[in-house]
Design a protein around this ligand. Structure first.
Ligand code: LHQ
Length: 265
């Protein structure tokens, strides 16, 4: 168990390890330090043979609202904001890569909204279980960005190009029951059944043959997902978009709770 007050809390119960993103006041939006801790936690749990399943979840009413759009805002001049979010961009890419390549089965337990990088974290896992009241959004378009953190590939691999473009171009919030029907996530359960279903699923995966499970996940992933190609295209595109006035306007509009006025530069 990590120290109290930590933004990333790791608990283990027998063979089941749970990583909890813990910034509930911002729906667990992630900053570079959290991303580094999350990646390190996935790596060390994956290397521990006593751990047979890794769950990733969020504290409070959200799963993860993506990059922390307020990170460093008060302490860095405006023209440094891009630098800060680039660190988030690459840090989130490393986390998604660590989850996708983990040999231990990974489960996203999604009890609330998953947005931007939060959506990628959920979809990177081998299994995504959500409550009926959870929701999923690519969000990026609303702040003048393109999807990143592998989501161009992760989303399209699950639901196809048409619905992936629908999510990417509208930023609409997809309710968990619809996400399940589309194949975006593995399973959606009634809120009151979520705790029990989570326990049963984690117990089942923890009892599966570890080498077979690792081979299965790697094979299915290899068949449908070129994560490295997606990350390369996304990261070069996003680094350019982080320099735009439209991105700065998008973030300012979100933080000021108003509609963005994009100008195309
Ligand atoms: C937040 C956030 C947030 C800070 C809610 N940050 N505070 C990485 C880096 C580099 C390049 C770009 O790409 C990336 C990856 C990304 O993830 S970019 C995408 C970043 N995420 C977003 O754009 C999503 C922003 N959030 C939202 O659109 C909404 O909050 C959602 C739809 C997630 C939830 O809406 P509601 O349920 O209505 O909640 P809310 O908006 O009222 O948020 C609750 C609080 O959380 C609120 O703070 P307040 O003090 O007013 O209670 C928000 O400001 C805060 N929050 N997301 N990403």
């Amino acid at each position: 168990m990590t120290q109290p007050g930590a933004r990333v809390v790791v608990t283990t119960e027998g063979p089941v390890a749970t990583i909890t993103m813990t910034a509930p006041e911002r729906l667990n939006a992630v900053d570079p330090a959290m991303l580094e801790e999350l990646t390190a936690a996935v790596g060390s749990l994956d290397a521990d043979p006593a751990v047979r399943v890794i769950a990733i979840t969020g504290a409070g009413r959200g799963f993860c609202a993506g990059a922390d759009l307020g990170a460093g805002r008060d302490i860095t001049p405006d023209n440094q904001q891009d630098v800060d979010l680039s660190a988030t961009l690459y840090g989130a890419g490393r986390l998604v890569r660590a989850i996708v390549t983990a040999r231990t089965p990974t489960v996203a337990l999604v009890g609330g909204v998953a947005a931007g990088a939060g959506l990628s974290i959920a979809l990177a896992c081998d299994y995504s279980l959500a409550t009926e009241s959870a929701s999923f959004t690519m969000a990026f378009v609303k702040i003048g960005l393109m999807p990143d953190c592998g989501s161009t590939a992760l989303v399209a691999a699950n639901i196809g190009r048409a619905k992936a473009l629908r999510m990417a171009l509208t930023g609409e919030r997809i309710p968990a029951p619809v996400a399940e029907a589309w194949g975006l996530i593995c399973e959606c359960v009634a809120d009151e059944a979520y705790a029990e279903r989570s326990r049963a699923l984690l117990a089942q995966l923890a009892g599966s043959a570890p080498v077979a499970v690792a081979a299965t996940s790697a094979a299915v992933t290899a068949a449908v997902l070129d994560l490295e190609a997606a990350l390369a295209v996304e990261e070069s595109g996003q680094v350019a978009l982080l320099q735009t006035a439209d991105f700065r306007e998008g973030v300012a509009a979100f933080l000021e709770k108003r509609a963005a006025r994009f100008q195309g530069h």
